[in-house]
Design a protein around this ligand. Structure first.
Ligand code: PLP
Ligand code: SF4
Length: 341
């Protein structure tokens, strides 16, 4: 007979949950990461001065999914500050999707009908080199704690808002206490029906999906939707699968968005494996984005013709529900732009 296991100790209010330790322990020194991955210490990298505003940042659990000794590993390439980032390329600017002109008080961006995006925090567990918000001046726009009131007032004043999307940064960088505060406020606004989180944390830091998070995410009247962000099937290991299935078990609708990235997932076989692995994790593919043309990311771009070709091959391989929609974000458009292929 198996002896009963002692119950895990409940963390006291003061004690930081384990995911916050994992967050702090992330790799931030390039030399340390290269050493861990058994890579050449002289691997070309972005000059430290240029990387200062958007430094290397990788949770150890995510680094553990990379192949040792392979500088072309698709997970490594997503986070390595490559020397190519220093190139200035025509058409790649600082505010590619026109967000700056749209931010309202309370950190709200209201571009599309019926749904608003709240910039809850600028922090992320990982720094993805292709990130479209890597130059975003978060400090000026966040819905920081003191401003939840402002955020809630803005949402309460517009009865057309049916869905509130928490974004950032990664909203799950905030503590559960702060998130619950916001969610409690949203519950009191009758016209708000859905709460959506755009987060990469269940993928890069699956420890984040703990009992405290599960307690508020399915706790109330709002329908919960979590849109995660994985680009390659190797990101979805067993701890990630467990975390996602726990969210699913609480009734959360799970979707995934990816970015099409040259040398990482611009391949039909990889995209098909990603969709099938997502399905095993209880997640449906939602969007595959063409790269937003942000300074420092040009070396990741896959052109529209190649993207269309990949989609034609993908649809010939997978059931329709595992084929994501190819989209691009265009400044001034009324929705993401669906790309015909
Ligand atoms: C992408 C985005 C959304 C969500 O768009 P969906 O097509 O509903 O996923 C909402 N607001 C803003 C500002 C966005 O950039
Ligand atoms: S997790 Fe998302 S917001 Fe954060 S760096 Fe990566 S792509 Fe950007």
């Amino acid at each position: 007979m198996i002896p009963p296991q002692p119950l895990p100790r409940q963390p006291s209010a003061r004690q930081a949950p384990p995911w916050q330790h994992a967050l702090r322990d992330a790799f931030s020194r390039p030399a340390e990461l290269l050493d861990y991955l058994e890579l050449d210490p002289a691997l070309p990298q972005l000059a430290a001065a240029l990387a200062r505003d958007f430094p290397l940042r990788v949770p150890r659990g995510f680094a553990a999914r990379m192949r040792k000794g392979d500088p072309d590993d698709p997970l490594f390439r997503q986070i390595w500050p490559h020397a190519d980032e220093a190139a200035t390329v025509d058409g790649f600017g600082l505010d590619a999707v026109g967000d700056l002109s749209k931010v309202r008080p309370g950190g709200i961006i209201h571009k599309y009908h019926g749904r608003v995006l709240v910039m809850a925090t600028g922090a992320c567990a990982i720094n993805c080199r292709y990130c479209f918000r890597r130059h975003f001046p978060y400090g000026e726009h966040l819905a920081a704690r003191d401003h939840w009131r402002r955020t809630l007032d803005e949402i309460a004043a517009d009865p057309d808002i049916r869905e509130v999307i928490l974004s950032g940064g990664d909203p799950l960088s905030l503590s559960d206490e702060r998130l619950r505060e916001l969610v409690d406020g949203l519950q009191d606004i009758a016209h708000v029906r859905r709460l959506r989180l755009h987060t990469r944390q269940p993928i890069v830091l699956p420890e984040r999906v703990d009992e405290r998070l599960l307690a508020w995410i399915d706790g109330g009247r709002l329908q919960s939707v979590v849109v995660v962000h994985a680009n390659h099937p190797n990101e979805l290991d067993t701890p990630v699968q467990t975390a996602l299935l726990e969210l699913r078990a609480r009734g959360v609708t799970l979707l995934n968005q990816s970015v099409l990235l040259r040398g990482i997932n611009d391949d039909t076989g990889i995209l098909a494996r990603l969709s099938e692995r997502l399905s095993e994790c209880g997640v449906l593919p939602y969007y595959v984005h063409l790269l937003d043309r942000v300074q420092g990311t040009a070396h990741f771009e896959v052109d529209g013709a190649r993207a269309a070709e990949l989609m034609r091959q993908l649809v010939a391989r997978l059931p329709g529900y595992l084929v994501p929609r190819l989209v691009r974000e265009q400044a001034g458009a009324q929705s993401k732009t669906w790309i015909a292929w």
